[in-house]
Structure formats: C-alpha cells, structure tokens
Design a protein around this ligand. Structure first.
Ligand code: NAD
Length: 263
C-alpha cells in the first residue's frame, strides 16, 4: 500500500518543477490528485508525465492564478466537487522575480512576487483549512526556501515573501494542530528546476552552466538537488506518518544553510 493511498492531494504550481515532481511521487504512493497551475499547457503535459508511471491515477487539472482569491476559492470548490474532500495540500506555486538591488528593484515585479508567494499561499490556507477542519484531519506543506531562513543577494521580495511563508506556517500550526491539521514548510536550496535554470541565466547570461558549477561549490554536498529529492520529503510530510511534526521549516539543501565560511 502506498504512503498516500486514496488521499486527495491538491498541488499548486503543479505544471513543472517541484510541483510536478511531487505530483509524480504522490501518484506512485496512491494519491488522487488535483493539479493547479496558471499555465494550462504545462498542466496538460504534467498529466501525461504522471500517467507514464501511474496510468490509473485519478487526476483533475484546474487553471488558476493563486494570487487571485476568487480563483483560489474556485480550485478548492472544484476539487470538492470532484473528490468530496481534501486530505493534503502542497501550497507550492511561487516565482523568483528578478535579480536586483533594493534601490533598483522594479516595484511592479516586487508587488507581483508578494502577491503570488505570500498572498497566494495565504489564500490557499484560508480556503483549504476549513475543509480539513471539518474532517479533523489534514496535512499542509507550504513552500518557503533557504531564502526563507537566510538572506539572498539581490532577491529582496523573494526573501521577504519566503520568510513570511515560514511565519504563516508557524501560525497555522499554532491555530490548527488541535484539529489534526499539521502545517509545515520546506526550504529547498538550489534544486534544478526551470525556475533555477532561469536564475543562472540572469546571473551569467553568457555562461549559465558556469554560474551553476560555481554555485554548487558553495554547497557541502558539492552539487545541486534534484526535484525528486524534494518530492520524497514532501510526500512524507503529506502522509499520516508525519503526524507529530507541525510548524517546522525543513531545509532540503544538502546542508548548505548550516554552513559558515568555506566548505
Ligand atoms: N527550485 C528551487 O531551487 C527552489 C528553491 C527554493 C524554493 N523554491 C520554491 O519552490 C516552488 C516551486 O518552484 P520551482 O523551482 O518548481 O519553479 P518552476 O518555475 O520550475 O515551476 C513553478 C510552477 O508554478 C506555476 N506558477 C507560478 N506562479 C503561479 C501562479 N501565480 N498561479 C499558479 N501557478 C503558478 C508555474 O506556471 C510553474 O508551473 C516556488 O515556490 C519556489 O519559490 C524552489
């Protein structure tokens, strides 16, 4: 029996990267999936990818921008229409914004990062929690970042939004653990997804691979992480096994956030 046998799991930002990797792993563990993304094409491809390893997985796709409260209500309601309940919520959709100093950061992009990474995560909590509260059961995994526990050069709105995710995670745990709802956050380091590939292009447009190699040298594991390595931890946190872990921000970063000086 899989770790998520028959559980209904909602995943935002499921079209690619960490969301997709978790969808694939959750399907292998027996979950029924509700996949949310604002990129309809990516969602369609994601379903194909999932069906390659688990053809019988129940899956619905919902096109929604998580920064739009109405759309968040809608993805929750449509999931309930399809499955009648929600057991687990991977509150993952997020963007990085641009690399720029505090003085020069484009204000429109700043607000967009906050709208998606902070408000999007909050709306998700606001509308999923009442469903879980009725069931006296739920597993929530919010996506913060190492940028939610440390500063990251030239990424002020991202770092601010991810610290906020870690803070909201603590509060959700305080307010709802008594209803059998655990809330945790993950703090991935640099994991090779399309988002990170884009960041290396911005750091070194002439040679993104060189930026990636240099970045990996600062990591005690001397490599970047793979989306599947994050997915396994998330699936554990979404499972019944993680019943007494709540309010934590768990780094998945090869040890990097603990380092001081050269490694
Ligand atoms: N990859 C990493 O190294 C890393 C590290 C730390 C944190 N994270 C976080 O993990 C999460 C996923 O990142 P990723 O690397 O997989 O990114 P990605 O860009 O590869 O994939 C993100 C997915 O989310 C979707 N999305 C973005 N904004 C959305 C919105 N407003 N509404 C609905 N869907 C939206 C995109 O269409 C895309 O399919 C983000 O919150 C990111 O900040 C990633």
């Amino acid at each position: 029996m899989g770790r998520l046998e028959n559980k209904v799991i909602v995943i935002t930002g499921a079209g690619m990267g960490l969301g997709l990797a978790t969808a694939v792993e959750a399907a292998k563990q027996g979950a029924r999936l509700s996949l949310v993304d604002y990129n309809a094409e990516a969602l369609a491809k994601a379903v194909k990818t999932i069906k390659e390893s688990t053809p019988d997985t129940a899956v619905i796709t919902l096109v929604a921008d998580v920064s739009d409260e109405t759309k968040v209500k809608e993805y929750v309601n449509k999931t309930l229409e399809a499955y009648g309940t929600i057991d687990g919520f991977y509150n993952n959709a997020g963007i990085e914004g641009k690399q720029a100093s505090i003085e020069t950061y484009d204000l429109e992009i700043f607000k967009k990062v906050i709208d998606i990474n902070l408000m999007g995560v909050y709306y998700g909590l606001r509308y999923v929690i009442p469903v879980m509260k009725k069931n006296n059961y739920g597993r929530i995994v919010n996506v913060a970042s190492v940028g939610g526990i440390r500063g990251v050069m030239n990424q002020t709105p991202y770092v601010a939004s991810k610290h906020a995710v870690s803070g909201m995670t603590k509060n959700a745990a305080l307010e709802y653990s008594r209803y059998g709802i655990t809330t945790n956050a993950i703090a991935p380091g640099a994991i090779l997804t399309p988002m990170v590939a884009e960041a290396f292009k911005q750091v070194n447009p002439a040679d993104p691979k060189a930026a990636e190699t240099e970045y990996a040298q600062a990591n005690p594991s001397k490599r970047l992480g793979q989306p599947e390595e994050v997915a396994k931890v998330v699936v554990f946190l979404l499972s019944e096994d993680a019943s007494y872990v709540s309010g934590q921000t768990i780094a998945i970063d090869g040890g990097e956030s603990n380092s001081y000086g050269n490694v």
